[in-house]
Design a protein around this ligand. Structure first.
Ligand code: C5P
Length: 211
């Protein structure tokens, strides 16, 4: 099975040296890529800037901005049977990127932001028979928000986790299927949780292909 996995944060530049980003370490996406390779899958890993080595045996596509991640995913999507969206893609980017470095003026600075394109939603909209697994990091109305995202992004299932997971070595997740059922809960190190998620995903894809 060929899997496309997104990981890490993105950087959204306001000038050539400054950017907006988030604290995602990429650990969950990289652990998923490692677990998928270990399970015998072919993996394309598209990641924003992180301090991690890509797992041996996967095809690695490093990117910086959400736009670059979007373009890389669009290219790789056609050749994959499943997508896992574990990246913490920035939801907003500065409307304009200034050339060079903005100088101080002695005044405040207002930034105008625009929404970035939703990569998983774009892929979900043309999924056909591909299996799409999303992530939802929620602090309030967790289940309802996760279910809304599952539907909006046309996912087959969504992994609900909490902000404590960001940058942490451990995580605690709830796996919710398309019909809104909690399929499983997993807690532990990100490699352990990734292994469980990949085992579940592999069984799902095998079941789908068997039909
Ligand atoms: O909407 P939210 O960012 O909470 O959605 C989380 C899910 O959507 C994750 O799987 C994330 O990787 C994906 N996503 C994306 N592109 C965006 C925003 C989120 O692929 N611009």
């Amino acid at each position: 099975v060929r899997l496309l996995i997104t990981a890490g944060p993105t950087r959204e530049y306001l000038d050539d040296v400054r950017y907006l980003s988030n604290a995602s370490s990429g650990q969950m996406g990289f652990a998923l890529a490692q677990a998928a390779v270990d399970a015998g899958h072919r993996v394309s890993l598209v990641s924003g800037p992180v301090h991690l080595c890509p797992p041996a045996g996967c095809d690695y596509y490093p990117v910086e901005t959400s736009r670059e991640m979007y373009e890389a995913c669009e290219r790789l999507f056609l050749g994959c049977d499943g997508v896992i969206g574990a990246a913490a893609v920035c939801d907003y980017r500065p409307k304009r990127r200034a050339a060079g470095k903005l100088s101080k003026t002695g005044q405040g600075l207002s930034l105008e932001l625009e929404e970035t394109a939703d990569i998983l939603a774009a892929l979900g909209a043309k999924k056909e028979s591909r299996f799409i697994l999303g992530f939802a990091l929620e602090s309030t109305d967790r289940r309802a928000n996760a279910l809304r995202k599952l539907g909006a992004k046309n996912c087959d299932a969504i992994v609900l986790n909490t902000p404590e997971a960001i940058g942490s070595a451990t995580t605690s997740v709830e796996l919710i299927s398309r019909d809104g059922q909690t399929v499983a809960t997993y807690a532990g190190s990100k490699p352990e949780v990734a292994k469980s998620l990949i085992a579940w995903l592999t069984a799902q894809i095998a079941g789908q292909q068997g039909r």
